[in-house]
Design a protein around this ligand. Structure first.
Ligand SMILES: C[S@@+](CC[C@H](N)C(=O)[O-])C[C@H]1O[C@@H](n2cnc3c(N)ncnc32)[C@H](O)[C@@H]1O
Length: 349
């Protein structure tokens, strides 16, 4: 039986489900997009992320990790959540020696990572170092809401014959609270993805982090900057590097995602900052590396060394892709530093 039919059967028995429950099943069930046996984040897979574009991404992040290590010293560990195929950690670990582990929800990804670092299904309780996640938050289950005649309604998933359809539902209190705090002035008819799980995940990661920093990279923006996209909302699917069908069409067969509303994360810690990916990578040397690559490519061309020239040209194109101001460079980097809790000098009796 298909995953879609199982969802329809469940709804027929228990009634419509909140969208985040549908998204959880569609992505992380044993037959789900990430829960099944296929490794999704690969060059030949369904989407192309920064670490899959180039080893330069992980190599550049190694500079960031080194800076944090210089700040807080040992013991120090890098924990990458949502590591996918390991395309960020592998180059990072090729340029610096550091204790590292991966956290992955997908069994196929855990299998792909097991030769590289220790792998867990959940974040460890206590981390001193850096927690990194690239394109995790946009894949965490979210509720859906629509503004109708000035008030909020939720959109749940119901069964409609042999298909699935959005159904109207009154908003739950936690959904209303999030919308009031973080959606901004959404126009009538506008759709909002209510990212409660993203906030919960970041809160949990901050609770685990004794000292060091949390670095989260994703597409999205502040609530204000996302407002022009609210009429239709930002929920979408991907398959084989292209936009896929409607999210209710083929659960388990497509990635389901939406732009991350970073405003709902920035208030979790006063030290939180938001930057563009191109600025962030530039500050850790990628633009200098790009200039170097251009120079070296020219030298190889002058020397008539075609194979070196082609290798350098590929790397140069990859660096340009990571920095592209309307592409990956436009992603956002949320950084939250945490400092060691001061020890209680008075002590307790
Ligand atoms: C879009 S992929 C990104 C993979 C990789 N970071 C990259 O950039 O290529 C999202 C990944 O997040 C993983 N994931 C989702 N929820 C997770 C969670 N709570 N903890 C760890 N990994 C999770 C999925 O299994 C999937 O591999």
């Amino acid at each position: 039986m298909t995953l879609k039919q199982r969802i329809i059967d469940e709804i027929t028995v228990t009634g419509p489900m909140p969208f985040e429950q549908f998204m959880e099943v569609s992505l992380y069930d044993d037959d789900g997009f990430f829960g099944g046996g296929t490794l999704r984040s690969e060059k030949g897979g369904d989407f192309l992320t920064s670490p899959e574009v180039s080893t330069l991404f992980g190599e550049t992040l190694a500079g960031y990790v080194n800076d944090v290590r210089d700040r807080i010293g040992e013991p120090f560990r890098v924990v990458e959540a949502a590591s996918g195929s390991g395309s960020l950690l592998r180059p990072l670990l090729s340029v610096i020696e550091v204790d590292a582990m991966a956290v992955e929800a997908s069994p196929a990804a855990r299998a792909a990572l097991s030769d590289l670092v220790p792998v867990a299904e959940e974040l460890p309780r206590s981390v001193r170092g850096v927690i990194i996640a690239n394109e995790l938050l946009d894949n965490l289950p979210m509720a859906l809401a629509q503004k109708v005649e000035g008030t909020w309604r939720e959109r749940w998933v119901g069964a409609d014959g042999d298909g699935l359809a959005f159904v109207d539902a009154p908003p739950r209190p936690e959904v209303i609270a999030w919308l009031e705090a973080y959606s901004g002035p959404v126009p009538d008819g506008g759709w909002v993805e209510v990212q409660l799980a993203a906030r919960e995940w970041v809160s949990g990661a901050l609770a685990s982090l004794g000292a060091g920093s949390l670095l989260l990279i994703d597409y999205g923006d502040t609530a204000d900057n996302l407002l022009p996209r609210r009429q239709d909302g930002t929920l979408r699917t991907y398959r084989a590097h292209h936009l896929g069908p409607h999210p209710l069409e083929e659960p388990g067969e497509t990635d389901i995602t939406a732009d991350v509303n970073f405003t709902a994360l920035l208030d979790l810690q006063p030290s939180a900052t938001l930057r563009r990916q191109d600025d962030f990578l530039t500050s850790f040397g990628l633009r200098d590396r790009l200039s170097e690559l251009r120079r070296e490519e020219l030298e190889a061309a002058r020397a008539g060394d075609d194979s070196t020239r082609l290798k350098l040209r590929t790397l140069k194109t990859e660096a340009e892709t990571l920095l592209h101001p309307r592409g990956l460079g436009d992603f956002r980097v949320l950084e939250i530093e945490k400092h060691e809790e001061p020890t209680d000098r008075a002590g307790s009796s």
